[in-house]
Write a protein that binds this ligand. Structure first.
Ligand SMILES: [Zn+2]
Length: 329
């Protein structure tokens, strides 16, 4: 496989909007989408990202992932930041806002031009095609990889294409601090959606580099995306960050925690008599950093933090008693 070597172009352009937030200092980050209140799982991941960053002497930056305009709720970014502040989590510099970054994304797409192709498939078509016996469950089946010019012209009349990268059979390994080495074939993933919006995969890679993020701590539902993102960073000549994918919080039924699971946001919990200090204490208990009911601050947790001692199983949240079903597990 071929990949571009790092060069000054990419860093210079990737940081074109990031200069105001000191892109040269190594940083960790938290990057929520302002589509709803942060729930306990989000808050726990944010706390872990803060602990990982501060414990390693890094800056900690915030990014507002608001590219999916249809799902963004007005004022939600501010509410999320208030909740993070209520827990004691501090950020360096102004937040990066993805909806203000279109020039950087355009430059990255231009850089990728000879590696992208138009894809006219619907979600349903891809789902059906990947049921084929030899298709890997998540990978794009390559339907549009080799369309002729006239076929593309014909398809464009009925559907606006997305843009995919051509991975050419690349295989990528990332090193995860909690999960070890993770090796996967790189998918021909989407870098621009068919509604013209920059795809999450491209925005994350371009923005992390622009923010100086060299440590990515996030939920382990994104572990499978890490090799694709590391590969894309390399192709764009950007540094590959270190990764730590942390366990999610699950509801009593074993599913991903969601708002329907009861009082799971800071606002709801406060209304139920569990203030932000108690919530921080519960999160700390779930991470093995505090005894149940012990008053804590993020500074105290930072003194106690040791990544090698973190639990690797999901935290089970039981809303019936407003407390974790398995504290400390
Ligand atoms: Zn396609």
């Amino acid at each position: 496989m071929t990949s571009a070597s790092p060069d000054s172009w990419s860093l210079k352009h990737a940081t074109s909007r990031g200069e105001a937030i000191h892109p040269n200092s190594p940083a960790g980050r938290y990057a929520p989408s302002p589509t709803g209140d942060l729930h306990l799982g989000n808050l726990r991941t944010a706390l872990l990202a803060w602990l990982f960053a501060r414990a390693s002497g890094r800056a900690f930056r915030l990014r507002v992932e608001d590219l999916d305009a249809a799902r963004v709720r007005p004022g939600m970014a501010e509410r999320q930041q208030q909740d993070l502040a209520a827990l004691g989590l501090t950020f360096d510099g102004e937040p990066m806002v993805q909806s203000e970054r279109s020039a950087a994304y355009r430059q990255a797409l231009a850089r990728l031009a000879d590696r992208t192709y138009e894809c006219f498939c619907s979600r349903r078509e891809i789902a059906e095609a990947t049921l084929a016996p030899h298709g890997a469950p998540r990978s794009y089946p390559g339907t549009c990889r080799a369309l002729t010019g006239s076929e593309r012209d014909r398809r464009r009349q009925t559907r606006t294409p997305a843009l995919r990268v051509r991975a050419d059979g690349a295989v990528q390994t990332v090193l995860d601090e909690l999960r070890g080495r993770v090796t996967r074939p790189v998918d021909d993933f989407v870098v621009q959606r068919n509604d013209g919006v920059t795809a999450y995969m491209l925005a994350v890679v371009v923005d992390d580099a622009a923010m100086g993020v060299d440590q990515v701590v996030r939920g382990d539902d994104l572990l499978a995306a890490a090799p694709d993102q590391a590969w894309l960073a390399t192709v764009l000549g950007l540094p590959v960050p270190a990764y730590a994918h942390v366990p999610l919080v699950l509801n009593a039924a074993g599913g991903r925690l969601a708002k329907r699971d009861g009082a799971v946001t800071l606002t709801d919990l406060t209304a139920a008599g569990i203030g932000s200090g108690a919530v921080l204490g519960m999160l700390a208990t779930s991470l093995g950093l505090a005894a149940p009911g012990e008053p804590v601050t993020v500074e105290l947790l930072l003194e106690r933090f040791d990544p090698s001692l973190l639990p690797t199983d999901p935290w089970l949240w039981d809303p019936r008693n407003g407390a974790p079903a398995q504290p400390g597990v």
